[in-house]
Design a protein around this ligand. Structure first.
Ligand code: GTP
Ligand code: MG
Length: 139
């Protein structure tokens, strides 16, 4: 079964939006196969964001992701990889369409990094790679 790695980033946890975000994933019909709340290690973040190393937003992004606990989720279902990206909405919460997680629940907070509540894998290869980072036993 197709699966994806979802993160509820520190802004989503701090703002008390975990229940609403999980409810949207479930309401769409995807299964929650694993769910865990904890702070990320520096090694996990370096591995997760390796593709962005060297970009101007890399360090602000890693700092932001280290601000507090994260919820990591493995979700599954036919089409879940693009389906969750569609639920999440555009990367920039200001541009994200109403009806999406980022469009309904996110905004510009005037900071260097886009605090956009969630992450979702963008391909089958990314999903399997990221599941291996956050859930080594499931990789
Ligand atoms: P993720 O699901 O978090 O991976 O978001 P994404 O796939 O929509 O975006 P991408 O992987 O390109 O970037 C990862 C994260 O870096 C984003 O979620 C943003 O928080 C941040 N980011 C990406 N592009 C920019 C940018 O141009 N400027 C700033 N400030 N942050 C960015
Ligand atoms: Mg991405």
């Amino acid at each position: 079964m197709e699966r994806t790695l979802i993160l509820i980033k520190p802004d989503g946890v701090a703002r008390g939006l975990v229940g609403q975000i999980v409810a949207r994933i479930e309401a769409k019909g995807y299964a929650i196969d694993a769910l865990d709340l904890r702070s990320a290690t520096a090694a996990e973040l370096a591995a997760h964001y390796a593709e962005h190393e060297g970009k101007p937003f890399y360090q602000p992004l890693v700092d932001f992701m280290s601000e507090g606990p994260i919820v990591s989720i493995i979700a599954s279902g036919q089409g879940v990889i693009p389906g969750f990206r569609s639920l999440a909405g555009a990367t920039d919460p200001t541009a994200a369409a109403p009806g999406t997680i980022r469009g309904d629940l996110g905004r510009d907070w005037g900071e260097k990094v886009q605090k956009n509540l969630v992450h979702g894998s963008d391909s089958t290869e990314s999903a399997e790679r990221e599941i291996g980072i956050w859930y080594p036993a499931e990789g």
